[in-house]
Design a protein around this ligand. Sequence first.
Ligand code: MG
Length: 268
Amino acid sequence: MVLLSLRGTPLPCGDRQLEAVLFDKDGTMSHSEPMLVALAQARVFHCLALADLASGDPERHRDLGDLLHRAYGLAPEGVHPAGTMAVASRDQNLVATATALVQVGLGWPEALAMAETVFARTDALHGQGSERRPAPTAGLLPLLESLRLAGVRCAVISNDHVEGIEAFLAAHDLASYVQAIWSAEHQPRKPDPAAVHGLCAELGVAAESCALIGDANSDLRMARAAGLPVVLGYRAGWRRPVDLDDAFLQLDHWRELTVVPGAVNPWE
Ligand SMILES: [Mg+2]
């Protein structure tokens, strides 16, 4: 019977064996904050430059900068772990950007077109070529290795696009540990609990035999609503403290989580 154990306490899946662990990416598997800060700053820079070309009003410049920082959850101490940059998909961030532009007086079509230009200019920062390519969070690899040894499947559930998820996995030789991904291109997206069921179906496992680990309350509540027996909050992915709902068990380092093996690997 394979189980996870948190700080020495076993986490049972009812009377089932643990068959799969679903991981969020940004702020959970991946230390994404430096890349997201750079991306948010670049979006603010290009947005202000384009808006200034259109009006040159210094008050509007200041207001827009302020609105964009708040919309993205960008502060001197880092990205807000539950903010738009950290949690939302690219198209949701694009709408947030256009909404900030509308608030300083642009019409919606103009705001949307400007936001699209800004994103086209800055998308490369989010890709594989970024100098701030996100690193895995400390201690992730040994956990993935022990899950593989115990025959537990792993999957990524993220609102990043397939390309971004695959680039992260490939850059750190993690792809062989991951048997399925659920991205912003899949329907429905997280935090719809049906996203969890879709991913479980791709893995060929029952939701009742799965664990999910994420760094946002929306991830954790989705997993609980989907009927997953083990739902864990990961708090070490951001510079700012991650404020998670006390109703969920939480960890601050992957070493707190161990795999208790005991069964023959059913996937080999
Ligand atoms: Mg996350």
